[in-house]
Design a protein around this ligand. Sequence first.
Ligand SMILES: [Zn+2]
Length: 72
Amino acid sequence: MATAPKALFCPTCRKVVLAECEDFPFCSDRCRILDLGKWASGDYKISSPILDPEVLEGLDQGMPHRRRDEED
Ligand SMILES: [Zn+2]
């Protein structure tokens, strides 16, 4: 089982967000909605190549979100 981060920077406003925050990884519901809006409107342009082997594997399988093969 991977170790979950205890805190992250809010992707929208870069504020530190603790993992126990209910809107984690966003600092607030507002920031989450803003971020989703950016993705939806195509504002985010990913220009760098993906080098993460886990992500590449997920793309290969066409199911990037399906990584829970084993359940405790
Ligand atoms: Zn924020």
